[in-house]
Ligand binder design. Structure first.
Ligand SMILES: Nc1ncnc2c1ncn2[C@@H]1O[C@H](COP(=O)(O)OS(=O)(=O)O)[C@@H](OP(=O)(O)O)[C@H]1O
Ligand SMILES: Nc1ncnc2c1ncn2[C@@H]1O[C@H](COP(=O)(O)OP(=O)(O)O)[C@@H](O)[C@H]1O
Length: 279
């Protein structure tokens, strides 16, 4: 049985929380597909988390003979004949140098829920403990790399995907990367989570009611959205899907309104308890 060369395959990552499956010509052996590696990742049937067999990574492999494949840029790997390069100075070496473990703190929540403020307080708190952090703020990244993206569901997905790839690199660098973006769709957050090693994606939900966010309205965007001057504003006429099972929930309801410093300390305690603040 002859195997199809990797260069002749298209690999698509499916967005549905579906079981992975392979669509191959009859001459292709599945064992070859499961061993297939690309860009340092195993592509093929594998578990979503390294040591858990509960969910198969949603993937599809098809022979590249014009067979229909998800047609937009996010799903298709365009590069072929490329090789992944390793370096002996690896993640462990970098973590040893920094005396911390690379990870991602992914802060999700409505506009005005305090994501950016928390990100900043966290960065300050960790910095003062000698820990290296870097903030990726959705608003900021949209000024540069993601300036071509709008706020349609598809563009938000692409915005999240690109930031997911970036945080993965930062975590691999050994940095505690703080991502602060609305990231309104569960499936997009799940996709980013799947890029990181188990435990290294720490989802923090800013559980703040819309009324509080709207009353804060520091940029006047809710007012514009209510007036119909911004269309598709999250929480007004666009959806926000709260996490169902995230690592940390920070509630600000009624009297339960902690300061940004107090909220940041909760997250830092979480990192401390799980060994992220040591190599
Ligand atoms: N339609 C619409 N909906 C939501 N937000 C909007 C919109 N238009 C502009 N903005 C501004 O964009 C900031 C959110 O960008 P994100 O990259 O975090 O959003 S997303 O994750 O792609 O949904 C958001 O920043 P924050 O207010 O800090 O949340 C807004 O300033
Ligand atoms: N823990 C908090 N308690 C009270 N006000 C807060 C808190 N965190 C943030 N704020 C205020 O809420 C507003 C929105 O915060 P911001 O961090 O810009 O939200 P987001 O990044 O989610 O849009 C700001 O005016 C900020 O000062």
């Amino acid at each position: 049985m002859s195997a199809v060369p990797v260069a002749n395959l298209k690999v698509c990552r499916l967005m549905e929380p579906d079981f992975g499956y392979l669509s191959l010509s009859s001459s292709f052996s599945i064992s070859k597909a499961v061993r297939f590696r690309h860009r340092g990742c195993s592509w093929g049937l594998r578990t979503n988390h390294d040591d858990q067999a509960r969910l198969l990574m949603p993937i599809k492999v098809v022979e590249d003979k014009g067979i229909a494949c998800a047609d937009d840029r996010k799903d298709t790997i365009g590069s072929t004949n490329i090789t992944w390069h390793e370096c002996p100075v690896d993640k462990l070496a970098r973590q040893e140098l920094l005396q911390q473990k690379g990870c991602v703190i992914w802060i999700t929540g409505l506009s005005g829920s305090g994501r950016s403020t928390l990100a900043c307080a966290l960065s300050r708190g960790l910095h003062s403990r000698g820990k290296l952090t870097y903030i990726l703020n959705g608003d900021n990244v949209r000024h540069g790399l993601n300036s071509d993206l709008s706020f349609t569901a598809k563009d938000r997905e692409e915005n999240n995907r690109r930031i997911g790839e970036m945080v993965k690199l930062f975590a691999d660098a050994g940095i505690i990367c703080i991502a602060s973006l609305i990231s309104p769709y569960r499936k997009d957050r799940t996709t980013c989570r799947a890029l990181l090693p188990k435990g290294a994606f720490i989802e923090v939900f800013m559980d703040v009611p819309l009324q509080i966010c709207e009353a804060r309205d520091p940029k006047g965007l809710y007012k514009l959205a209510r007036a119909g001057k911004i269309k598709g504003f999250t929480g007004i006429d666009d959806p926000y899907e709260p996490p169902l099972d995230c690592e940390i929930v920070l509630q600000q309801k009624g009297r339960d309104c902690s300061s940004p410093h107090e909220l940041a300390e909760k997250v830092i305690l979480y990192l401390e308890e799980r060994g992220y603040l040591e190599a």
